[in-house]
Design a protein around this ligand. Structure first.
Ligand SMILES: Nc1nc2c(ncn2[C@@H]2O[C@H](COP(=O)(O)OP(=O)(O)OP(=O)(O)O)[C@@H](O)[C@H]2O)c(=O)[nH]1
Ligand SMILES: [Mg+2]
Length: 290
């Protein structure tokens, strides 16, 4: 099942809610997610594979083109699409039909999830619900939820599960994702960059793990490089006397330790990689390729 929708709709929050644990990074800024994030739910009697994807946009630079390719490939791989939208975003009936018809170009059936219902009143939710359910391009189901609070998520999960085909498990029963710890550690650091810096800085930033050493009886040693596009951004990342980078590192370390379940020593450094977002070779090296 692939979760798709506009930036900031709550896709990653929903993936985490469905899994019952934090896997995909979340921030208040749009375009936080850049990769397909696979979340595997192993429950007695079944395994379900969910995919979180980057928010759908018109790409303006190569990184965004790669991001949109991962949305398309996730939808192609999926047996079901969950199209999530912020319930507060008002659309006229033509726009609703346009969105649903665009989704129909890809084969899997579509469930529409109206998210952030905790912020809207019931009348507003009902209006949007009727607009989607009553469209001539009607989806399989339209469900109101609050991914953040968990309201309606149980019901959504049941609706998803009953539409998934019977198949032997694709992954070992103890796996949570297809990516390794290294990948998620880089993602956690990127989440902190999205939280701690403003304007274009998070968008010009990516994270690369240089060293990940597990030492028996001692803390893991993790060295990561935060790549930026320009010298001025490097200054912002580091901050006066290194204060900003220190704070980023401290908050990242706490969440990395929570994720790994063990203490780590984290060292961050900042490096300028000229226009990496536009450079196919750097994008590949930095893990952005389909
Ligand atoms: N109030 C409220 N906020 C929510 C809900 N779901 C998500 N959010 C918030 O919306 C913001 C975006 O959430 P994400 O899960 O990162 O959204 P996304 O669709 O994955 O965003 P991108 O990866 O940038 O495309 C965060 O600040 C979330 O806390 C919800 O149900 N209610
Ligand atoms: Mg996301």
């Amino acid at each position: 099942m692939a979760i798709v929708g506009r930036p900031n709709a709550g896709k990653s929050t929903l993936l985490n809610a469905l899994l019952g644990q934090k896997l995909s990074i979340v921030s208040a800024k749009p375009q936080t997610t850049r990769h397909k994030i696979l979340g595997i739910l192993n429950e007695p009697g079944y395994q379900a594979v969910f995919m979180d994807t980057p928010g759908m946009i018109e790409p303006k630079y190569l990184l965004q083109t790669v991001m949109m390719k991962s949305v398309q490939s996730s939808m192609r791989d999926a047996d079901l699409t969950v199209f999530i939208r912020d319930v507060a975003e008002d659309l006229n009936p033509d726009e609703v039909r346009g969105e649903l018809e665009a989704l129909r170009e890809v084969p899997p059936p579509v469930i529409v999830v109206l998210n952030k219902c905790d912020l809207a009143d019931q009348t507003a939710v009902n209006t949007v619900l009727v607009r989607f359910a009553g469209s001539s391009a009607a989806p399989e189901a339209v469900l109101p939820v609050s991914a953040l609070r968990g309201t309606g998520v149980h019901f959504l999960k049941a609706e998803i599960l009953r539409r998934l085909p019977v198949h032997p498990p694709y992954y070992p029963e103890d796996s949570l994702s297809d990516q390794n710890e290294r990948f998620f550690v880089a993602e956690i650091i990127r989440e902190k960059v999205f939280e701690c810096y403003r304007a274009e800085v998070p968008y010009s930033t990516t994270v690369r793990i240089l060293k990940f050493e597990e030492k028996p009886g001692r803390k893991d040693v993790i060295e990561a490089e935060i790549c930026v596009e320009r010298e001025s951004q490097k200054g912002i990342l580091i901050g006066g006397g290194g204060a900003a980078l220190k704070k980023t590192g401290q908050t990242a370390r706490k969440d990395i330790e929570k994720f790994l379940g063990r203490p780590v020593y984290l060292e961050l450094r900042v490096k300028v990689r000229d226009r990496w977002r536009e450079d196919p070779i750097w994008l590949k090296r930095l893990g952005y390729s389909e």
